[in-house]
Structures are given as C-alpha cells and as structure tokens.
Design a protein around this ligand. Structure first.
Ligand SMILES: Cc1cc2nc3c(=O)[nH]c(=O)nc-3n(C[C@H](O)[C@H](O)[C@H](O)COP(=O)(O)OP(=O)(O)OC[C@H]3O[C@@H](n4cnc5c(N)ncnc54)[C@H](O)[C@@H]3O)c2cc1C
Length: 399
C-alpha cells in the first residue's frame, strides 16, 4: 500500500532527507515536505551578509522546481504541533496525515536565556536572514561612528564557529576602513579555551587562535558567563563590565515551538532524543535529523557550552534517516550511524588569512583533527563553500 512520508523542515536536514528518499523510493510512495518558506537559505553564509560579501540571492534558492522534478509535494505552511497517536501534523490551514514522520525543524535562538539580550536593541544577531539584514545596517552605521566592539557567544551557545567567523570578518572590515587598532575589541565565550567550539577543541587550535588574537591585539575572555547585556555594555558574572558600541553574540539554540509544544516529543530544551538510527525512542514511525536532534556532550565545561550540529552532520543524519525509513517501509536492513562518527568541517575567513578546521567526529578523542591557518586555507575554504552551495542549488545530491 502507498505510504505517506511527511518531512517537516526543508533546510539541510529536510531537503537532504526528501531528495534521498525520492531516489530510494522511486515514486512508489508519497513524499510531502512542509516548511514555512519555499526558499532554502544557506545559514552558514549569514556571517558574510552583514559585511556585504553575500547578498540574499547569493545564499538562497527556491526548492520548488527541484521538488517538482522529483515528484515531491511541497506545502508552504507553519506547523504548530503534532498528534503522534493519530499520526497527524497540524498546520495553520489543514491537518496532514502521515505514515512516517521526519522532523527536520532545526533549532531556534533562545535570546531569553540571557538577561537583556535583545537583538536589534541591546545587541545584534545573525541567527536568521532577517536579523543578519538588520545587523548589516547597524554595522554600516557603526563604521561611521566606531567605538568599543564586543563579539562572542553566550553560555550554552551553539554554533561557536559563527562567533569566530563574524569576528574575523569584522577585523578585516575594520582594517579596510583604517580602524583596526583604534578601538578596543573583546571576544567573550563560555568555552574553556579558544576554539574549543563545544566539541573539545581541535589539535593546535587554541595556540593558533591565540597567536592570531595577539597579533590583532584582541582581548579575549574564556570561561565567561554573561550576567546581563545592556545597550552600551556587557556585564559578566564576575561583575566585570565591558563597554560596547556594537555587540554581536551567538546565543543558546533550542528546539522550535512546534516541537516544544507537543507533549513527550522532546526534552525540556525541545531537542529530540533518538536511537542510533535516528528513530524516536517512543514513536517508532517518527524520525529526526539535523539541529532538532539532541547530541549528548561528551565533555562538561565549567561554564556550559552547547554542542554544535553543523550542516555536514545534519546531512549525514538526514541520509541515514532516509535509508532507515525506506528500509522500514520495504522491510530491508537498517543503517546505523553513531553520533561519534559524524564529522565536522568548518572554516573561518579573514581576507588573506583563514583558519580551516577539520574534526573526524563531533566529540573529543578523534583519530584525526586539525586546525590550520594561512592563505592556502583561504583558497581551500572558498572552494569548499562554493562547492557545497552549488551542489545544493543545481545538482541533486548523490547517494
Ligand atoms: C549564523 C550561523 C552560522 C553557521 N555556520 C555554520 C558553518 O560554518 N558550518 C556548518 O556546518 N554549520 C553552520 N551553522 C549550522 C547550520 O546552519 C545548521 O547545522 C543547519 O542549518 C541545520 O540544518 P537543519 O536542516 O537541521 O535546520 P535548519 O537549517 O534550522 O532548518 C529548519 C527548517 O525547518 C523549518 N521550520 C522550523 N519550524 C517550522 C515550523 N513550525 N513550521 C514549518 N517549518 C518550520 C524552517 O523554516 C527551516 O527551513 C551555522 C548556523 C548559524 C545560525
């Protein structure tokens, strides 16, 4: 009998799952993707947008023609909850029945976790395209009237990479505007040392990063917990108050409202607990992939740090989910993938200088990891970013 597979979310995890499923199921079953927007936004490029290095069209594309080609139904709708017993997804317009449900709703920024952290009022943010656009205007205004600069991440933050990358881009822009060396710059992070990233660091990462920060006379605060963000300062738990004319902080990320509002679907942070086949621990026909999935930190830090889920990790989860759902339907063997085997790749850019990071798995005790800096890494990073963006846009994912 024809089954209906509903994928909620159409970004790295949802898009990859839907395309992989379409190739595996070859039109024998119905695939429905629901997202509040038909545009895929390449979130990692939001660190470039405020500086004018990328415009909206460069970092987004419409998924509809691709889904049409593959016989995937796309519904543009906001999902506000799930009935897991009756197997229904509630949207603002209609209820959608499913035989299999794949949750790829990612995460959302939890600005409330730090007192006074109000994007657009006391600080700027790059967690969504809308926020990055406002930050772009604010940064332009800041360059005309520069003052102390604070960049970093709050306690429990996810995506530390974004804070570092924003900082490096900001340094380059300041240099181009002959402002480097004229204003105090502070980097605040809950990480126990620079480039820990919530994943236990990478070989030689901290020393490379410290060299770079020293070269540009940056002040850095590790193990930092923020008590309050004010319009013109950031106050740490130690009582230290750091003046700021422009503050950009990466916050904690939690599960989305639709997930949090459904009882017994996720933990208290709205993150979904799955087994090593990315299948929900209670509801056997529900799977999850990407940012929405809980990943256990292997290492606890004095100030809590979130575990990042990069897009490469999200795509690996998504492909595993697609294989498992296909084999669930067709009664084949299941694929397992351990959280430890999901690798990380990330890049940090600053004009001619770049840090390239590679870790074979998300948590410490990796067989292979490195961090390197230099002009060749810049070249490698640009090549990889262009490759990833173009493979998402034009070519269907290879299975
Ligand atoms: C500023 C920033 C920089 C980053 N930099 C990097 C980097 O350099 N490298 C890297 O690998 N990763 C980076 N990441 C992380 C990367 O973006 C995530 O790993 C990735 O987006 C996770 O993909 P996802 O599909 O799980 O979730 P998301 O990309 O968050 O997508 C979730 C989708 O679900 C939809 N959705 C959610 N709720 C609903 C609802 N209720 N109804 C309908 N639709 C809904 C959303 O519209 C969205 O399309 C960065 C993230 C940020 C924010």
């Amino acid at each position: 009998m024809k089954k209906t597979i509903v994928v909620v979310g159409s970004s790295f995890a949802g898009y990859t799952t839907a395309l992989t499923l379409a190739k595996l199921l070859k039109g024998k079953h119905r695939i429905v993707v629901i997202d509040k927007q038909p545009d895929f936004v390449f979130l990692p490029s939001l660190v470039w947008h405020p500086f004018g290095y990328r415009n909206v069209d460069d970092i987004s594309f419409n998924v509809l023609p691709i889904y049409d080609d593959l016989g995937i139904t796309f519904m543009e709708a906001i999902v506000y909850g799930f009935d897991l017993k009756d197997q229904v997804v509630h949207t603002q317009d209609e209820d959608v029945h499913y035989d299999y449900l794949i949750l790829a709703t990612g995460t959302c920024a939890n600005f409330d976790s730090v007192k006074g952290l109000l994007p657009g009022k006391t600080a700027w943010s790059i967690c969504s395209l809308g926020e990055a656009e406002k930050t772009r205007k604010a940064w332009k205004a800041f360059l005309k009237k520069p003052g102390p600069l604070v960049i970093g991440a709050t306690q429990r933050a996810g995506y530390f990479f974004a804070a570092y990358e924003f900082l490096l881009n900001a340094l380059y822009h300041l240099m181009k505007n002959n402002l480097l060396g004229t204003i105090p710059i502070h980097f605040i992070t809950p990480e126990p040392y620079l480039t820990h990233f919530g994943i236990g660091g990478l070989y030689s990462g901290a020393s490379n990063c410290e060299d770079l920060f020293n070269r540009y006379d940056l002040n850095w605060h590790t193990n930092a917990e923020i008590r309050e963000v004010k319009k013109e300062s950031v106050v740490l738990e130690t009582g230290e108050s750091i003046s700021s004319s422009f503050t950009m902080l990466i916050p904690q990320f939690v599960g989305t409202n639709a997930i949090r509002s459904t009882r017994k679907l996720a933990d208290r942070h709205g993150l979904i607990r799955v087994n090593n086949q990315f299948r929900h621990k209670v509801y056997k026909n529900v799977y999850a992939a990407g940012g929405a999935v809980y990943i256990k930190p292997k290492e606890y830090t004095p100030v809590p740090c979130g575990v990042p889920r990069t897009h490469t990790v999200s795509e690996a989860m998504a492909k595993t989910v697609a294989y498992n759902v296909a084999s669930h339907i067709e009664k084949g063997a299941r694929v397992s993938i351990s959280n430890n085997r999901l690798y990380e790749y990330c890049k940090q850019d600053m004009d001619h200088l770049s840090l390239a990071l590679f870790g074979e798995q998300t948590t410490p005790h990796r067989d292979l990891d490195f961090i390197a800096k230099g002009s060749q890494e810049k070249w490698a990073n640009l090549t990889i970013e262009n490759y990833i963006e173009s493979s998402f846009d034009s070519e269907y994912l290879k299975i």
